[in-house]
Design a protein around this ligand. Structure first.
Ligand SMILES: [Fe+2]
Ligand SMILES: [Fe+2]
Length: 266
């Protein structure tokens, strides 16, 4: 049995530091073979650079996924070009830097593939994530049966549809982007683990990571206001997926949200 730990969107540098400090105890608690972190919101809510990626890899993370916010950070582009273990959604136009597919060796020599896709409902008009998944699965099928998909999408319906579309063909469809953990983690009929959103690793007292008064201005005034991070205590959200290594089918999916931890930047 292979255990994969997936941590939801890390928002801000303080939350990154909290996560890095907490990863040893997460390793102790869950004994994961592979660790995946969504890092699309690390630097002031927008993307990450080599420095933050290195912190995560040194802390025992195997693959970093991102999302729509990765493109707002110019330092992320060389990182996407140079490090194949930092993913961006595969269904963006191919001329953009980076890739949304990686296969890597994890603890005890197991191999894990990670695919990242982005939804199109209330988001950019990208290539079809469903057909992109078909093409990627066909290309990487021989690599390993352990395939984790980060589906970065806004609409619950699109995420649920992707779960059923992929059921039995990948080990897990794990939703990201909406930052609030959903209460629907389960195994689909043909053996794919599913959750609509794994939730955020970020400031608890915030509007999905953003400072409350800035978020309120955006809604009340209907104009753009500079993004500011929420402050204070961080909550780490994620899921643990247990997978049969010979079939790639999920045996269990367990969401968790750790109690708030006081975030400090050192
Ligand atoms: Fe996010
Ligand atoms: Fe996002």
């Amino acid at each position: 049995m292979v255990t994969i730990l997936f941590i939801g969107d890390v928002v801000g540098q303080a939350s990154l530091q909290t996560l890095v400090k907490t990863l040893p105890s997460l390793y102790e608690q869950f004994a994961p073979h592979g660790v995946i972190v969504n890092g699309e919101n690390i630097v002031d809510g927008k993307g990450l650079s080599e420095r933050e990626a290195t912190m995560l890899f040194q802390a025992g993370v195997h693959v970093i996924t991102t999302g729509n916010h990765i493109w707002e950070n110019w330092k992320a582009r060389p990182l996407l070009s140079s490090n194949p273990l930092v993913l961006r959604p595969q269904n963006y136009p191919a001329e953009n830097p980076g890739s949304g597919v990686a296969t890597t060796t994890i603890t005890q020599g197991y191999r894990m593939s990670v695919i990242q896709l982005q939804g199109r409902t209330y988001m950019q008009a990208l290539e079809c994530p469903f057909r992109t998944l078909d093409a990627v699965i066909e290309r990487i099928a021989a690599e390993t049966p352990i395939i984790i998909v980060d589906f970065h999408a806004e609409a619950t319906g699109e995420k649920v549809a992707m779960g059923y579309y992929a059921d039995g063909r990948v080990s897990a469809i794990l939703g990201t982007h909406t930052h609030i953990q959903t209460a629907d983690a389960h195994i689909l009929p043909c053996g794919t683990a599913y959750i609509t959103d794994v939730g955020m690793t970020g400031p608890v007292v915030s509007v999905i990571g953003m400072k409350i008064d800035v978020a309120l201005k955006r809604f009340l005034l209907q104009t753009a206001h500079k993004y500011e991070l929420g402050e204070g205590f961080t909550r780490i959200s994620g899921v643990v997926v247990k997978i049969d290594e010979s079939t790639g089918k999920a045996l269990a999916i367990e969401p968790f949200m750790l109690p708030e931890i006081k975030a400090t930047i050192s």
